[in-house]
Design a protein around this ligand. Sequence first.
Ligand SMILES: [Zn+2]
Length: 155
Amino acid sequence: MTVTERGDAATPETAHRITVRCQFCETWNRVVAERASDRPKCGKCGKPMLIDRPIALNDDTFARTVTESEIPVLVDFYADWCGPCKIMAPSVDQLAAENQGKLLVAKLDTDRAPRTAQSYDIRGIPTTILFRAGKEENRLTGAAPLKALQQLAGV
Ligand SMILES: [Zn+2]
C-alpha cells in the first residue's frame, strides 16, 4: 500500500517553499508559498499558519525563516512605542495580504530581538529590509508609504 502525503501530488516542481514556525506550538513547517491562499495548517497542531499577514520574527526565528525562504522576505524592524511604525503598519499588512505566495512579509520587534537588530545595524525605526536568498538586498529607513514598500519588494 502506498502512502501519499496530502496534496503532494499537486505540488509542481517549480513551487517555492518557505519555512515558518507555528506561532501556537512553535513547530517549524515547510509550506508551499504558492498555496498560501489555501490557508495552510501546522503539521503538528493543525492551527492555521497565517501567512496572509505579517509574521512575527524574533532572535530565535529570524535567521532560519529568512535563509530558508525561496521567495523574497520583507522585514519591518519596528518597536511598540514608535509612532511612525504604527502609521506604517497598515501598509505592511496590506503588502502581506496582496502578495501572499510571492513575498513573505515579517515584523521584528527591535526591543525584543536586540541581537538581530544589532546585527543589521538598525539605527532608526521603522527600517524595512528586503532579503533575497537570505541576503539583504535593499533597505528603507523611516515610515514608507505602500508604494515605496512595493518598490522595495519589487512587486
Ligand atoms: Zn502548530
